[in-house]
Write a protein that binds this ligand. Structure first.
Ligand SMILES: [Ca+2]
Length: 149
């Protein structure tokens, strides 16, 4: 029995699902929302508004280091979007947002060695940045023959 591979090769580059590895490295020059101390930042990562993962909170530090690695399943590499939002933790009141960025997975998958960049946050007043290290790994296609491994 022969089966076609469904969907002939089009000009679209990479459609295979994969895994996006994200390391939240650090942030700099975050806004200060607290009156008597520096902010208490943490980062919420969201893939396509669905999968959500959160870093630990760094207390009283507008230039926090996290160096925390995460992985997301990516079903549609050409159109999936990672959103990273930085919040200020508060014990008694609502957590305020310090800024956010959005990165298309296609930006990552089209760069061979992955990306590492300091992204300028949206909504920042002090020019705050968030440093992320990103790598996309395609799930191997079982119908691909490897000449050798
Ligand atoms: Ca706070």
């Amino acid at each position: 029995m022969t089966e076609s591979r469904g969907g002939e090769a089009r000009s679209e580059p990479r459609q295979r699902p994969g895994v996006l590895s994200v390391t939240v490295v650090n942030a700099k020059n975050l806004d200060e929302l607290d009156l008597d101390s520096e902010s208490d930042p943490y980062v919420v990562l969201t893939m396509d508004g669905m999968q959500q993962q959160t870093t630990r909170t760094v207390k009283n530090n507008n230039n926090p280091d996290w160096n925390e690695p995460f992985e997301f399943t990516v079903r549609h590499p050409t159109r999936s979007v990672l959103r990273a939002q930085v919040f200020d933790w508060n014990r008694w009141t609502d957590h305020g947002r310090l800024g956010w960025v959005e990165i298309g997975v296609n930006e990552v998958s089209s760069s061979d060695g992955g990306l590492e960049d300091e992204y300028l946050l949206n909504e920042t007043r002090r020019g705050g940045t968030l440093k992320l290290s990103l790598l996309f790994s395609e799930v191997p296609d079982p119908s691909d023959r490897q000449s050798h491994g």
